[in-house]
Design a protein around this ligand. Structure first.
Ligand SMILES: NC(=O)c1ccc[n+]([C@@H]2O[C@H](COP(=O)([O-])OP(=O)(O)OC[C@H]3O[C@@H](n4cnc5c(N)ncnc54)[C@H](OP(=O)(O)O)[C@@H]3O)[C@@H](O)[C@H]2O)c1
Length: 386
């Protein structure tokens, strides 16, 4: 119990206190404005240098336009034109809530889940415009079978949402069917292959979208990313070594870091996908649904007592979001007209627990162009495409 309160104390200290909300709320608006002005001029300078060096492709970087999207805007996402939206991990949490919202708004939804039974249950909960499909991201053969199926044809939005965060006390890595460490294998490599196999399908219409459910923990300088082992892919020593890697950076197994690393991979993947899709007009954006500490969902691999206590406290102090809120974020990113033409952006729930999205800068590593390209090349190799 003492450890739980210790953890919570650190959560308050490192997650809530440094948030922008706190800075603004404490009357330090001029300081924030100065920081933002400095950031903006730094970004302009970097863009100019990159343009001179011929590196800059419009819409290719993980961009920060400062846009704030309120809860009512999220819930009022566009109904028309109706889209076909493929959602991975659509049987639980954010994916299920998003699938329900999208189908009740008239969009066609493909619930791509780990098993047929879970997919059928999800589709039944969504209604007649939803269809079930099997896509086990921890099995590349299953990903290939799904990508080749009719369920994936004619899609308008591909929402790569599924994710696992394994027990932080695990000492031995669990593995996917293809031998990858399970967190990176599911959250990044399974999704990577799915995208790669559907890339040409997605490029068929310029209005199409790729949406990735990521997390601010990819950033070692903010919020939960500062607690425990920070995310970094290092020099990719693990991924370079081949499918039997324990960690991307070649370090020893750390399940908490593996999750953060997987979300960093999601961010770098989104940036590179945005660049590759740019000529076709198709967009790629990442978002976070916020902290949703569901003991039966995202926290299901953690100690159940810890999960329930953490969930109760996080909700009580107002930093938690709900699956329904996360689902509204997914539905907004997948279908809302205001995101037409917006690509390479990172929409984060900032400040935490305030039911809104803020488009702001991701971590420095997530924006590292060379690393984005290297991750892509290594991932291609690992999933058997190169
Ligand atoms: N909850 C949070 O605090 C939080 C914060 C930031 C970001 N996120 C991100 O939000 C996304 C959704 O999380 P959530 O909160 O909705 O958690 P969740 O309720 O646990 O949902 C995760 C989904 O991923 C699916 N999944 C796991 N492994 C899979 C596999 N091998 N193949 C296909 N599907 C698989 C799960 O299916 P099963 O039911 O079969 O396991 C489930 O449907 C994740 O990407 C997560 O990283 C969550």
């Amino acid at each position: 119990m003492a450890r739980i309160f210790f953890f919570f104390f650190f959560f308050l200290l490192l997650v809530v206190v440094p948030s922008r909300a706190f800075v603004v709320g404490s009357g330090a608006a001029p300081r924030l404005a100065a920081i933002e002005a400095h950031d903006a001029s730094r970004r302009e300078l970097i863009a100019e240098v990159a343009a001179l060096a011929g590196l800059w492709v419009p819409g290719s970087a993980l961009a920060a336009d400062g846009r704030v999207v309120s809860e009512s805007e999220l819930l009022g996402f566009s109904r028309q034109p109706a889209r076909k939206v493929v959602i991975t991990g659509a049987n639980s949490g954010v994916g299920l809530a998003g699938a329900k919202l999208l189908s009740s708004a008239g969009h066609e939804v493909v619930c791509a889940c780990r098993t047929l039974e879970r997919a059928e249950r999800a589709a039944a909960a969504c209604g007649p415009t939803a269809q079930p499909a099997v896509c086990d991201l921890a099995d590349l053969a299953s990903v290939r079978a799904f990508a080749a199926s009719d369920a994936a044809r004619g899609l308008d939005t591909l929402a790569l949402n599924a994710g696992v965060a394994l027990n932080t006390k695990d000492t031995v890595p669990r593995r996917t069917k293809d031998g990858f460490e399970l967190t990176i294998g599911t959250n990044h490599l399974g999704h990577f292959l799915l995208y790669r196999l559907l890339e040409e399908e997605l490029k068929k219409r310029p209005t199409n979208r790729l949406v990735v459910t990521a997390s601010p923990v990819h950033d070692p300088t903010t919020g939960g990313g500062k607690v425990g082992s920070p995310a970094t892919l290092g020099d990719f020593a693990g991924l370079r070594a081949g499918p039997g890697f324990d960690m991307c950076d070649g370090g020893s197994y750390d399940p908490e870091k593996a999750y953060k690393d997987s979300k960093l991979c999601n961010m770098m993947f989104t940036a590179e996908a945005a660049r590759r899709l740019s000529p076709s007009g198709v967009t790629a954006n990442a978002f976070s649904p916020g902290l949703i500490p569901s003991p039966d969902g995202f926290f299901k691999y953690q100690n159940p007592v810890f999960a329930r206590v953490f969930s109760t406290i996080a909700t009580a102090v107002g930093v938690a979001e709900t699956p329904a809120f996360g689902g509204s974020c997914l539905a907004f990113m997948a279908a809302d007209a205001s995101l037409d033409g917006v690509s390479g952006a990172w929409y984060d729930t900032e400040p935490p627990g305030k039911h809104q999205l803020l488009c702001h800068d991701p971590s420095d590593e997530a924006r590292d162009l060379e690393k984005q390209k290297l991750l892509w090349a290594l991932s291609d190799k690992l999933v058997g495409l190169a």
